[in-house]
Design a protein around this ligand. Structure first.
Ligand code: ADP
Ligand code: MG
Length: 496
């Protein structure tokens, strides 16, 4: 079906043609006519299936009539991360070349003043992360009573990042009579509940999961010793020995590991950038841009930071850590082999990871070939036994051990900004592994600053809505040396 049969305006069709799209993707073909008919739409389709244009194109068509009023955006799009918000803005710029629409971005890490000035002039499309939106709203700088259409995009990622309560609040702040479009890649029960609560008689469009681990992706497992330095050595060998490696994303389970691995790769003179939730906005944008443009070959990332990002044309994915959640494996390797290209996904597996591999293989319904000697069943259960017997326990106590992690978690809850913009619960929740003594600690660095451009002029910071530049937030590896000893002692709770 061509784009011309979906009911899009002539202006939008012209923009689509000049962007080079010839045919709508299945989610676009099915959703666009219903969006134009003002129905609520629930769209479920995997990452990379073109969900963004499924709402931006009909929105552009609908916004050709009417005009914006000061402080009252006509439409609101919620995105879980700043990068995704920026990608959606890019879409409006690209397809809206023939329109005179005002699009504003409300995301953390950008000056409040500029954002506010734009709101004052009136915007047709407001693209926001939930935390920043609520900040503006609470300061009375924004009225949501004029919103005719609300888009909740990447809903499952919102859930991962703990944004569901914010989403519920926002849904109650926009008029009941609005049209709502809801997009997600998966449908966990919490998301199901939200759709039942906030969508009115929606059209449900579910694009069949194309066999998610596409045949264009070659998958391999490679065994490694469990120590961090052994894993790093394994990784270096894999990167150096990879065939046709154009560029690669390297996934770690925790953001602290992203920083450490980044440092180490840099030391070994790889062309590398890092991406994780504790980096400030300019560093994240710079890292992504450098990777997209091919100036940097390797990108070390955490799951949450990389989710949903449209990074086309990645030749290799390396799982430095076997993911704790099998569905993260699918998201990770889906970064390569996009659009029918060939891709390679290699997962480093230590004897302790045997169980995780089984869970992944169960989810994807196939077994993954070993590219090395396999980790045997016996080794895996031996490793589990050792671990249960308390291996690594002693290394964990003391500075920055579990106590630190718990404390920073609690702090996050008190500090609104951190709990919204930076919180990455799933990663933080992961159990800490035994810490590799020397090299790891030596190269432990403050969050990496990849290719950082000159900072844009800093506007007055909002009431703690973003961290001051340069100061690193407390996370699990925070320096606790200034704290009194009694705070560092592990706490035992006794249930009565
Ligand atoms: P999703 O939100 O489903 O993960 P995106 O909207 O980010 O996916 O789109 C993924 C990629 O597909 C983007 O690079 C986008 O430019 C491209 N794309 C979207 N629609 C089409 C289309 N109709 N034809 C070709 N490419 C498309
Ligand atoms: Mg998307």
């Amino acid at each position: 079906m061509p784009f011309s049969e979906l009911g899009l305006s002539a202006k939008v069709q012209a923009a689509v043609a000049s962007a080079g799209y010839t045919e709508p993707t299945p989610i676009q073909a099915q959703a666009i006519p219903h969006v134009l008919a003002r129905r609520d739409v629930l769209g479920i389709a995997q990452t990379g299936t073109g969900k963004t244009a499924a709402f931006t194109l009909p929105m552009l068509t609908m916004l050709e009539e009417g005009s914006a009023r000061a402080r009252m955006p006509r439409t609101l799009i919620l995105e879980p991360t700043r990068e995704l918000a920026a990608q959606v803005e890019d879409n409006f710029v690209k397809y809206g070349v023939n329109h005179k629409l005002s699009v504003a971005l409300l995301i953390g890490g950008v000056s409040f003043g500029d954002q506010d000035a734009k709101l004052t002039r009136g915007v047709d499309v407001l693209i926001a992360t939930p935390g920043r939106l609520l900040d503006h709203f609470e300061r009375g700088r924004l009225l949501l009573t004029g919103v005719e259409l609300l888009v909740i995009d990447e809903a499952d990622r919102m859930l991962d990042m703990g944004f569901i309560p914010d989403i519920e609040r926002i849904c109650k702040m926009v008029p009941f009579t609005r049209q709502t479009l809801f997009f997600t890649a998966t449908m966990p029960p919490e998301i199901q509940r939200i759709t039942e609560q906030f969508l009115h008689n929606p059209i449900k469009i579910e694009v069949a999961r194309q066999n998610s681990t596409a045949t264009t992706i070659t998958q391999r497992l490679v065994r490694s010793g469990k120590k961090d330095f052994e894993k790093r050595e394994t990784l270096r060998g894999l990167v150096r020995g990879a065939e046709n490696l154009k560029n690669a994303i390297i996934f770690c389970n925790r953001k602290s590991e992203v920083a450490t691995l980044y440092k180490s790769l840099q030391k070994h003179e790889f062309s590398v950038a890092a991406l994780h939730g504790d980096m400030d906005q300019s560093a994240r944008t710079a890292a992504l841009a450098a990777f997209r443009d091919g100036r940097i070959q390797l990108l070390v990332a955490s799951d949450v930071a990389a989710r949903g990002l449209d990074i086309p044309d990645v030749s290799h994915v390396f799982n430095y850590d076997t993911p704790h959640h099998a569905e993260d494996y699918v998201h990770r390797i889906g970064r390569t082999g996009r659009a029918g290209r060939l891709g390679t996904a290699i997962t480093i597996v230590t004897p302790e990871d045997g169980k995780l591999v089984s869970a992944i293989e169960k989810l994807i319904g196939q077994s993954i070939e070993w590219g090395s000697d396999p980790v045997t069943e016996e080794e895996a259960s031996e490793a589990r036994r050792e671990r249960r017997a308390g291996g690594g326990r002693g290394e964990r106590s003391g500075r920055g051990g579990r106590g630190g992690e718990e404390r920073s978690g609690r702090k996050g809850r008190g500090d609104r900004s951190e709990s919204r913009e930076a919180r990455e619960p799933r990663e933080a929740r992961e159990p800490r592994e035994a810490r590799e003594p020397r090299e790891a600690r030596e190269s432990r660095a403050p969050a990496p600053r990849a290719e950082r451009p000159a900072r844009p002029a800093e506007a007055p910071r909002a009431r703690g809505s973003e961290r001051p530049a340069g100061r690193q937030p407390a996370h699990e590896e925070a320096d606790m040396s200034h704290l009194p000893q009694f705070l560092l002692r592990p706490v035992t709770y006794r249930a009565k």
